[in-house]
Write a protein that binds this ligand. Sequence first.
Ligand code: TXA
Ligand code: MG
Length: 330
Amino acid sequence: LRPATPAAVDEAAACLRAGGVVAFPTETVYGLGALADCEAAVRRVFAIKGRPADHPLIVHLADADWMDRWARHVPDAAKALARAFWPGPLTLVLERQPHVLDAVTGGQDSVALRVPDHPVARDLIRAAGALVAPSANRFGRVSPTTAQHVLADLGADVDLILDGGPCRHGVESTIVGLLDDPPTLLRPGAIAADRLEAILGRPLARRDAGVRVSGSLPAHYAPATPLELLPAETLWQRLVMLARQGLRPAVLALQTPPAMPPQTQLTILPAEPERYAHALYATLRALDASGCDRILVEAPPATTAWEAVRDRLQRAAYATAAGARGSAGT
Ligand code: TXA
Ligand code: MG
């Protein structure tokens, strides 16, 4: 783990050019970087994460000018979105250039591209070249929002971890597919869908079941502790019930509850979606580490602004339900 000084970034770039794997900060979550042109390094990323080989990776670019080298055709809608939101937490899925490795695209005809808005990420990419960078966590688990999270998850398996402090957004990029018209929201993320729709001047289509987005596996982004997502009214009843069974539930709420059984571990997160997202993954990790045996989460409002947070919480809760039914989740 190294503070991301200019010297450390240079060293990391040299390591990447030699086929190494480096974890680095972005404005969303920490990424596990490898040169997108280096098949052996890309394969190592899959091995370190324990990620199935047919799950494609995002190629991170230093500048929108790099798009043409990776995408064969950039439709006007993609240009408009890139102009409005790059650098930033938006990923565009486009027709790939023929040279793009199958290891990167999962063998699909498309490639996912994004220009991250983090000075360390951009300096690193400028010095090393385009990087694949899945979130730097084991497959199916909570994404890392600090270098310490990466160290705890992947520690000895990566060549270098650049520490650029906590990530500004704390939730992954929004992914938009531009292979069909209208553009499709493939993963809700740090940029709310209505902001993209304002630029496009029309609504996004919703997820296409035919495209493989690993974030679209139901059980993804899960803490190790079972998690239940409940409306405030039923949450307090459930809490009392679990406490009566002798369990130690933790509660993640938007407001202080009227009354709680003793020994309940209560975390109040901000009732504002961007600030909530910023704290969510770190909070789930802290609750995992706290030894509670159930996490009860108050369901956030059903509005567009909360879509990314709701999506991640639903997946985490799904993993619990799948576990309860006896299937493995991820
Ligand atoms: O914010 C982010 O996007 C972070 C940071 C590190 O940049 N990265 C990230 O990567 O979340 P990862 O690998 O955890 O998620 C990448 C998502 C997956 O859901 C993957 O299936 C999807 O992008 N994806 C990649 N290429 C695709 C393609 N050609 N078509 C559809 N989905 C694609
Ligand atoms: Mg991920």
